[in-house]
Design a protein around this ligand. Structure first.
Ligand code: V47
Ligand code: SF4
Length: 389
């Protein structure tokens, strides 16, 4: 692919596409119509070259990862999203799991003495796990390990918690933040456009509600992530609509850290009849997201969902972050058919994965502060030195 943006502009005969390439070169924002045109007419090499140009302008070869683990408090859920392979309705709760606060603390304690920087806590919406329960959890995690960044609860979980506690979003968010909640993950966004959302996730918070919860978090000084579930029944216009709403909120608050496209996986759910998107479409989507979301600093490929080799490939299509070590602590994607049945990567494996495709591995914390640059660290030598000393 390695051609320059000037060569790309010279070689593009379609005037509308040429104009988009010129805009990218001049760091100008593309319109919704231009975003749509990229989905309809932009070839993989065309969008890939533009996305890589932006990625390298923003980050050079730097590729971030972090050391993290997940806690999934429960997979019992009052909602019934059609794409979900993971949840069990409350009526069938015997088939699911529910962790007590002590069990979750035991998971945190497993990492005592290990240089982990983040815990990611997301699960189903259990009718009995309420504000008081999660406030206690936050407080106990922070009492045990104050430096651990707690990124927890999708807007879906928060909306249910706040409504049950009869709190406004502002009140509820403040209480959780005071108890130790540092930032929000990007889940639950799915596709905002009501005509699609109502078909795949009819009974949970709508797109405006999701955006409002993130805006309130941003106003409290918290950072959050944003996702988009793609490759199912949505059309290109719905992807653009989704990203436009995120771009608008980011203009207003600047509170999003990263955008994470989530590829729909079709095993064991009510949408198994929908074929999964191809790798070409996946890479085109990453690239177009990188071009369209000009006010998002980071674009993440979540390797447990995409697989390791595809995550590597995505680094040439705008992605500059591949999430973290995970340590086999999440089931969402293995249950939906991901090739990664026990997702766990050591720091060495992540570093090697990134170096294999000639990028620079940098460990970050949740807020993208650099923890350690591994570019010049040779693990074999480091191991050898450690054995000698
Ligand atoms: O909201 C559920 C998705 C999300 C399927 O913020 C599915 O750093 C594909 O949001 N096929 C939860 N996707 C996970 C999530 C996340 C993951 C990693 C990092 C971060 C972050 C956030 O998982 C749900 C839904 O969109 N999901 N089922 C499925 N069958
Ligand atoms: Fe529940 Fe989330 Fe699954 Fe929807 S995606 S059914 S809200 S666990």
């Amino acid at each position: 692919m390695n051609i320059s943006i000037d060569t790309l502009i010279d070689n593009t005969s379609d005037l509308a596409l040429k104009n988009i390439a010129q805009k990218v070169k001049l760091q100008q924002r593309i319109t919704d119509e231009e975003g749509l045109l990229l989905f309809e007419k932009g070839s993989l090499p065309f969008v890939g070259t533009l996305a890589n140009f932006i990625r390298e302008r923003l980050h050079g070869d730097t590729t971030y990862f972090n050391r993290n683990f997940h806690i999934e408090p429960t997979n019992v859920c009052v909602f019934s999203c059609k794409f979900c392979s993971y949840s069990r309705l409350y009526a069938k709760k015997d088939e699911g799991w529910e962790l007590s606060i002590d069990q979750m603390l035991d998971i945190v304690k497993k990492y005592d003495g290990k240089p982990i920087t983040e815990v990611h806590i997301v699960g189903g919406v259990h009718p009995k796990m309420n504000m008081a329960y999660f406030i206690e959890l936050m407080q106990k995690i922070k009492a045990h390990r104050p430096d651990l960044h707690v990124k927890a609860f999708t807007a879906v979980e928060l909306d249910y918690m706040f409504r049950k506690a009869k709190l406004t979003v502002e009140e509820g968010m403040k209480q959780l933040h005071d108890a130790g909640l540092d930032s929000l993950p990007g889940g639950g966004a799915e596709i905002f456009a009501p005509e699609i959302r109502l078909q795949i996730a009819a009974d949970k918070i709508d797109g405006d509600g999701w955006l409002h919860i993130h805006e309130v978090a941003h106003n409290l000084g918290m950072h959050t992530n944003a996702t988009m579930l793609y490759g199912h029944i949505e059309k290109y216009e719905h992807r653009i609509d989704h990203m436009r709403r995120l771009r608008e909120l980011q203009d207003k608050t600047g509170g999003f850290n990263t955008f994470i496209p989530l590829k729909f996986r079709n095993e064991n759910n009510d949408m198994s009849y929908v074929p999964e998107s191809t790798i070409t479409e996946d890479m085109r989507l990453y690239a177009i997201a990188r071009i369209y979301l000009d006010n998002f600093a980071h674009l993440k490929a979540y390797w447990p969902m995409l697989g390791r080799e595809n995550a590597q490939l995505s680094l040439s299509f705008g992605v500059n972050d591949i999430d973290g070590t995970i340590d086999d602590s999440t089931k969402i994607y293995s249950m939906a058919g991901s090739e990664e049945q026990t997702p766990a990567m050591s720091t060495q494996q992540l570093v090697t994965l990134i170096k294999q495709v000639k990028r620079k591995p940098v460990e970050r914390d949740t807020l993208y502060n650099v923890v350690k640059d591994y570019t010049n660290i040779n693990f074999e030598e480091a191991l050898f030195d450690a054995q000698l000393n």
